[in-house]
Design a protein around this ligand. Sequence first.
Ligand SMILES: Cc1cc2nc3c(=O)[nH]c(=O)nc-3n(C[C@H](O)[C@H](O)[C@H](O)COP(=O)(O)O)c2cc1C
Length: 189
Amino acid sequence: MKVLGISGSLRQGSHNTNLLHAAGELFGDDVEFELWQRLKAVPPYDEDDDVDPAPTAVAELRDAIAGADAVLFATPEYNSSVPGQLKNGLDWASRPIATSVLRNKPVAVVGASTGAFGAVWAQAELRKALSTIGARVVEGEVAVGHAPTRFDENGRLIDEDIREQLEEVVQLLVDAATARQAAGAQVAA
Ligand SMILES: Cc1cc2nc3c(=O)[nH]c(=O)nc-3n(C[C@H](O)[C@H](O)[C@H](O)COP(=O)(O)O)c2cc1C
């Protein structure tokens, strides 16, 4: 099984990217976890550019999602919402609408912010957009507030409560991906 991680923060030292690194360590040996770090290269969505072949970074994004059994998103909150570049990436990934690589894809959303609330509004908006796109959004939530206190100077997660919550979401995501694989195998049989 392959799981893709996508961080909504582009910056070096991002707490959200660090959260994905921590999540990556919680998957079992049978899961390959890959952090997708080309979001910055994805151009602004323009329907005139949404043609075949797609812009290179868009094709890479779509291929990365298509090749994964599940996607784990970690998002910061920018002005009570999802960072524009992440939403932009989702807009590209949502097309063509009938065959979107996110359709029926098991996805989970976690998030971190420097404030107290752990990007809960951004997470809610991201889940809403992903549901609209047709992804299977798993239930779990991890809201990492006061993010600078939860990681050490090397960016490693040091909060064991958060790690437990992360483990639950990771398990729910793997369960959803396993269920989808089993359903696909039944249809093929
Ligand atoms: C443009 C911008 C808007 C922000 N708006 C919010 C916000 O609405 N709520 C919040 O809790 N934090 C907000 N923040 C602070 C982010 O939570 C903080 O920068 C966080 O560390 C970003 O995540 P990262 O460490 O993964 O880059 C904002 C930061 C930026 C740069």
